[in-house]
Design a protein around this ligand. Structure first.
Ligand code: CXF
Ligand code: ZN
Length: 386
């Protein structure tokens, strides 16, 4: 390990119980020593994603839901120390945190690290990475969520979760705004570009206009899609979607009289429906509507996390005849070290202006950020560490 210092103490959001039970608290924690393939990162910002809330809210499955732990899987910061086998960055470099992948399984070898058999989505981080500094409660705290755990001023990150952006960022403030690139934004944009491979021939419907959905809208515009429909129930998000390139928006709480969401979308698309539908909501009713509204031969891509017990029931014979494909995707099939620099380039060219819906707030305000994300007042809360 380079440098003298071996452990680092600072604030973190520690989930000792579910968010609903008010179990997430800011505490001082100390990182454990890094291993050969790990880096110690001083975070400047962490994006909040629905997956953090989901994993820190549920109960039941002990592989997914356990405490105490530090969540967070989108982040940006500067490297403080590196293990002996680390090649991705050196102390002082600016980095973004993304998902972890093993590099050796069939998916990784075939260029699909987001489908890593080792790490995704099962490696939800039940590995010790922090210790509480409270002498009355010196508990070991799990970290390494997505190979990192970004809800901490100091965090231990696996080399494969780290993307070096030293040559791509201009300031600490910009690095803070870039924090969500490692999950939400690459999920939305990657789904349109890498998974759907959208072109100007496509009519695309995006269900849900949070950070993932709005990133998908920007990517649909970049891909030249001839019709881009944004669907949500929060007025301000639909305005943002229009400003980012949506040709049509639909408010599911105020549908044209007598029309279902399926009919309203199909009417916009020559009566046949979109050729690509992306569900970012995970809401069962919208998932089923998305499958129905899609045109014959079209693709429906499931990106939002549904309730784990929800089952999609399809009339297999009719579905076969429709020629449609219902498929899942995570992280937009992105290789983060390639896709993040592309998104930064599009941002510089004014084609991916995600800064319009990022809201920075101090880490202490994380509960407000999550609440605002749920009401729609804030699209993408990004908490900052000082
Ligand atoms: C997640 C969704 C649940 C599976 C792993 C990837 N995406 C974003 O947080
Ligand atoms: Zn995420």
């Amino acid at each position: 390990m380079s440098g003298e210092q071996k452990t680092w103490t600072g604030k973190a959001i520690v989930a000792r119980d579910t968010l609903a039970n008010k179990g997430w608290k800011i505490e001082d924690v100390t990182t454990r020593e890094i291993k050969d393939d790990e880096l110690l990162v001083e975070l400047v910002a962490s994006g909040v994603c629905h997956t953090d809330v989901m994993c820190g809210t549920g109960t039941g499955n002990p592989d997914l839901f356990y405490y105490p732990r530090v969540l967070g899987h989108e982040g940006s910061g500067y490297v403080k120390a590196v293990g002996s086998k680390v090649k991705v960055a050196k102390p002082g470099d600016a980095v973004l945190l993304s998902f972890d992948w093993c590099g050796e399984c069939e998916s990784c070898k075939n260029g699909l690290p987001s489908l890593c058999y080792e790490s995704m989505p099962l490696n939800f981080g039940n590995k010790p990475a922090f210790e509480s500094t409270n002498p009355e409660d010196p508990t070991v705290i799990a970290g390494k969520f997505f190979g990192q755990s970004s809800f901490s001023r100091y965090s231990v990150a696996k080399q494969n979760s780290v993307v070096n952006v030293t040559d791509l960022v201009e300031s600490k403030e910009e690095l803070q705004a870039f924090a969500p690139l490692g999950c939400g934004f690459q999920t939305g944009a990657g789904t349109v570009i890498n998974v759907a491979k959208a072109t100007e021939k496509d009519a695309i419907a995006i269900l849900g206009l949070g950070g993932v959905g709005l990133s998908a809208i920007m990517a649909a515009k970049l891909s030249g899609c001839r019709t881009i429909i944004g669907i949500d129930r929060v007025g301000s998000r639909m305005e943002t979607a229009k400003s980012l390139g949506a040709t049509h928006v639909l408010d599911t709480s105020k549908l044209p009289t007598g029309l279902t969401v399926v009919q309203a979308v199909q009417n916009i698309c020559e009566g046949a429906g979109p050729s690509i539908t992306i569900d970012t909501t995970g809401a069962p009713v919208l998932v089923m509507a998305g499958i129905e509204m899609t045109r014959k031969g079209g693709k429906i891509i499931q990106v939002g996390s549904t309730p784990p017990e929800f089952q999609v029931e399809l009339p297999a014979f009719l579905f076969m005849n429709s020629g449609k494909a219902y498929m899942g995707a995570i992280e937009g099939n992105s290789t983060s070290s390639e896709f993040i620099p592309k998104m930064i380039q599009w941002y510089r060219e004014g084609k991916f202006p995600f800064d319009r819906f990022v809201k920075l707030m101090p880490a202490e305000d994380f509960e407000r950020g999550i609440q605002e994300m749920h009401t729609g007042e804030t699209v993408k809360p990004v908490i900052t560490w000082t």
